[in-house]
Design a protein around this ligand. Structure first.
Ligand SMILES: Nc1ncnc2c1ncn2[C@@H]1O[C@H](COP(=O)(O)OP(=O)(O)O)[C@@H](O)[C@H]1O
Ligand SMILES: [Mg+2]
Length: 250
């Protein structure tokens, strides 16, 4: 039985200064699943997220979320950008950042209230960073900063999560805790798209895989999509190098 997709992408193409980086992408994203978005550096993974969020101009294509434009549904979609896309010197405490997740739920000039604070505290607790609440974001380690952004994402209580390389700079124990949280969210009916570059954990983490390299290679259940043939199609000659860097990092 085919379910109605929560996100539909039809014929999406994106260029930066006339250089094409995504070509004619068609995708149907189903609700309550975790998708791994996999492909080499420069494949257009981050660009795909930015297009879904309406943050960049597209050459062509239509993107719908629950049949509507992102402009009408912004608070239902949460985005955790890739680490190097964030200004970590921004003067704010951990709590400030996490509470930002409540703003989309507020009317203009409406104050943060006790219920918002409770939701924020729960999110901090879930990510194991409640004791860091009053610290400046710039003082934290990379892994702690990443958890702050995930806590903000939880605090937004969105239906759709777009997480761009959330595990970069995070130790393996924290990574396991976070993936458990993400799986719990999927069980609660949330839909998650996660850009991920560690191929060794793909089968363990994701219900479905989107393999991408400018064009869509495949989007399907992980056991069907994540095959050596499809991985080779996506990575081409870059794969051996990727394995080596993976071993150095781990
Ligand atoms: N703002 C930008 N201006 C020009 N080129 C860009 C910009 N952002 C990304 N690119 C280029 O677009 C391609 C896809 O980038 P990106 O979506 O970040 O890939 P990925 O996240 O898969 O590594 C890359 O070649 C990258 O250099
Ligand atoms: Mg990227």
């Amino acid at each position: 039985m085919a379910t109605t997709p929560i996100i539909t992408i039809k014929g999406l193409s994106v260029s930066y200064e006339r250089k094409r980086v995504l070509t004619n992408i068609y995708l149907n994203i189903e609700k309550a699943l975790i998708y791994g978005v996999i492909g080499p550096n420069g494949a257009g993974k981050s660009t795909l997220f930015k297009a879904i969020l309406g943050l960049i101009d597209t050459d062509s294509g239509a993107i719908h979320i629950k049949g509507q434009s992102i402009k009408d549904l912004r608070k239902q979609v949460v985005y955790v950008p890739q680490k190097n896309d964030v200004d970590w010197q921004f003067p704010a405490t951990v709590y400030d950042i996490v509470l930002m997740g409540r703003y989309p739920h507020k009317k203009v000039l409406e104050q943060i209230n006790a219920q918002d604070r409770e939701i924020a505290d729960q999110a901090l607790q879930e990510m194991g960073i409640l004791p860091l609440k009053n610290r400046q974001i710039g003082e934290l380690s990379g892994g702690q900063q990443q958890r702050v952004f995930l806590a903000r994402a939880l605090c937004q209580q969105a239906d759709i999560f777009l997480l761009d390389e959330p595990f970069v700079g995070i130790d393996i124990t924290t990574e396991q805790t976070i993936i458990a949280t993400l799986k719990k969210l999927a069980q609660q009916g949330k839909t998650l798209l996660v850009v991920h570059h560690d191929l060794s954990t793909v089968e363990q983490y994701f219900d479905k895989v989107i393999l991408l390299n400018q064009r869509l290679i495949i989007c399907d259940d992980t056991d069907k999509a994540f095959t050596p043939e499809n991985i080779a199609k996506a990575y081409g000659g870059q794969l051996p190098i990727l394995h080596k860097t993976g071993m150095i990092e781990k």
